[in-house]
Design a protein around this ligand. Structure first.
Ligand code: ATP
Ligand code: MG
Length: 634
């Protein structure tokens, strides 16, 4: 058995748990998606910014080369055919502008001047796509380019040697990557005197990527690590990067995953995804770098350390869970209050009905706010009121009954006393009246015989009344023995059957078979049945039918004797009083009103019951129920 509060609470709990679970799941997924979308946005923007910075670097080299090509002394030197004269100035330019390569060619692309290595000239660069573009467009161009180590060797051996701490590629691998620009040296007219070609070697240029990173991410740190990373790739190899190895050195020469290389460089599609780079997870984005001919030769990468976002995600999730939990706790608290609102009135009602059951009729319940409970409480209070009213009536009735029976008891005692006192003189009167009658009879009578006869009758009658009274008053212990009720009833019938009273009465017997013997005082019980039979006959002055029934009721372990008549019946108002002593409806001098009172006492003494059912004009049935032997106690 569960209390209503418990049921309500568990119902609420199930709902709350389901709602919070769904809510938490949706909320956490939402936070995850938001944070990751935000991070992806951020990394895409970073890559865009990096590309812009890269482009501006490219433009600044283009600018330098263009301005150099425009200088008068270079035109003069080219016109005069003595290009070597420009060597000293161009060497200064090389140093000041921090270029790694600077050459001057003739209009066809043959190298005329190499300020960094003046003896190595004369090589033909006509096939260089950048110079071809200059010749075609007659203007300055710039691009990222893959350059051969052999070309760098011509410029300066230390340049060719400058590479990075290599992990997989041999140091003399031919490919290097440069930012290159070239510009025509115009004659003033339509003729081109020559071309200037300059470039910056990107391999190992960590300061270059540092600048990009600085421009994009500033100095933001997370747990001592920079939140952003910037890397230049030649093909799939990191040639300049801000990503560090575990020992703190730059992760140069390491390769990117084949999948990313395939996608970005070979397929030319963008990539934004969580990527493991060297020792940390980054959310990384890559954009391909193209040569002047449109060929994808490498990538520019921007990475955002994933950890701060995971951290943010974790903290947001925790915060969200904490709020959900607090909400859940609050809801549970509220549902407790609500369930109490329902269960408290019910508990009060239960307690009140228990008090009522224990007899405290003053038990009342307060009226709660909920309509149905209020109705219940009002119903209960009305019931308690009704019970109290009935209880008071019953008390009053009992009090009256007790007073009445006390009065009757006193009358009974008085009557018994009077009867006792009257008995002796009455015996004298009876004896002498009988003697007088005999004497009168002997003397032959002179007219006073009828009077004497009257005296005898009346005296006998007085004696009968007094005997009845004495019987009623005298406490008599029954002398019991096993007796067949059928025989008792038959004995009674035999005694009265021939009397005038019974002349017009048909006596019907319905004696049940197997009715066991009962343990009774036979003479007392005979008195009872006799009384009932005579009463029945007296109720049928014009004749009728007297039905005598005996039966056994095994369930109740009782033997039942019914005396039923078709007489005038008993008025409803009299039914309550027929067992009272001296209650009689018979004419004065015809009934004492003691018959049923005495019978009631006798049956009660035998632990039995006597009851009556009657309908005026139809007849009356008296039932005497006597317990079977094993029910008789004491
Ligand atoms: N079978 C019956 N039919 C109708 N009324 C009856 C019957 N038996 C009893 N009564 C009513 O009950 C009253 C009381 O009966 P009870 O036997 O005590 O006294 P009584 O018969 O009047 O007087 P007594 O028995 O002393 O001669 C009767 O006066 C009668 O009104
Ligand atoms: Mg009687």
């Amino acid at each position: 058995m569960k209390s209503i509060a418990l049921r309500l609470m568990s119902g609420f709990l199930v709902i709350i748990v389901i709602i919070s679970a769904v809510f938490s799941y949706v909320g956490i997924r939402f936070i995850e998606n938001r944070v990751m979308a935000e991070a992806q946005n951020r990394v895409s923007e970073s890559l865009m910014a990096s590309t812009q910075i890269y482009g501006s670097e490219l433009r600044s080299i283009q600018q330098v080369v263009r301005l150099t090509a425009d200088r008068i002394f270079l035109k003069d030197a080219l016109r005069s055919g003595q290009v070597g004269r420009a060597g000293a100035v161009l060497k200064d330019v090389l140093r000041q502008e921090q270029l790694d390569e600077l050459v001057v060619t003739n209009a066809e692309g043959r190298v005329l001047l190499r300020p960094a290595n003046p003896t190595r000239v004369g090589d033909n660069r006509a096939n260089d796509p950048l110079l071809q573009a200059v010749r075609e467009r007659r203007e300055a161009v710039a691009a990222t380019a893959v350059v051969q180590r052999s070309e760098l060797l011509r410029e300066a051996p230390e340049l060719a040697a400058r590479t990075y701490a290599d992990t997989g590629r041999p140091a003399d691998t031919p490919d290097r990557m440069m930012l290159v620009a070239a510009a025509p040296v115009p004659d003033g007219g339509n003729r081109v005197l020559g071309m200037v070609y300059g470039g910056v070697l990107l391999d190992g240029r960590n300061d270059f990527v540092d600048r990009i990173k600085q421009g994009v991410f500033q100095d933001a740190l997370y747990q001592g690590k920079s939140v952003g990373a910037s890397t230049l790739f030649l093909h799939d190899v990191r040639i300049a990067t801000t990503v560090l190895n575990a020992d703190g050195t730059r992760a140069l020469g390491t390769r990117i995953g084949a999948e990313i290389y395939q996608r970005v460089v070979l397929d030319g599609r963008p990539w934004v995804a969580p990527t493991f780079a060297v020792s940390d997870w980054y959310l990384a984005a890559y954009a391909p770098l193209k040569s002047i001919g449109g060929e994808r030769i490498g990538m520019l990468g921007a990475g955002l350390l994933e950890a701060p976002y995971l951290d943010l995600k974790r903290r947001s999730t925790l915060m969200f869970l904490a709020i959900t939990l607090a909400g859940t706790a609050l809801t549970i608290g509220l549902s407790y209050v609500i369930s109490q609102r329902f269960s408290v009135p019910l508990r009060t009602l239960v307690a009140a009905s228990q008090r009522l059951a224990r007899g405290d009729l003053a038990a009342k319940v307060p009226t709660p706010a909920v309509t149905e409970f209020a109705e219940l409480a009002q119903g209960f209070n009305a019931m308690a009121d009704a019970l109290r009213a009935r209880d008071e009536k019953l008390r009053e009735f009992t009090r009256r009954k007790i007073m009445e029976s006390e009065r009757l008891a006193v009358i009974g005692q008085l009557a018994a006393g009077v009867a006792h006192e009257l008995n002796n003189p009455l015996q004298g009167i009876v004896a002498y009246s009988h003697l007088l009658r005999e004497k009168e009879g002997e003397r032959g009578g002179n007219g006073s015989k009828a009077w004497v006869e009257k005296i005898v009758t009346q005296a006998d009658r007085c004696a009968t009344i007094v005997r009845g009274l004495l019987d009623f008053a005298r406490p008599r212990t029954p002398v019991t023995k096993p007796t067949a009720v059928k025989a008792l009833v038959e004995g009674c019938v035999a005694l009265v059957e021939d009397q005038a009273l019974f002349h017009n009465i048909e006596v019907v017997r319905q004696f049940g078979a197997d009715v066991p013997e009962v343990v009774v005082d036979p003479s007392l019980m005979q008195q009872v049945f006799m009384n009932l039979i005579i009463n029945a006959a007296e109720a049928m002055p014009d004749g009728g039918r007297l039905l005598l029934t005996t039966r056994v009721d095994p369930a109740e372990k009782m033997v039942e004797v019914e005396v039923s008549d078709t007489g005038h019946g008993i008025a409803r108002a009299d039914l309550d009083r027929i067992f009272d002593p001296f209650f009689t409806t018979k004419a004065v001098g015809h009934g004492t009103g003691l018959g049923l009172a005495i019978s009631f006492g006798i049956v009660k003494e035998h632990h039995g019951t006597i009851s009556v059912e009657s309908e005026v004009g139809k007849g009356t049935t008296f039932s005497v129920r006597l317990p079977l032997r094993d029910r008789v106690e004491g």
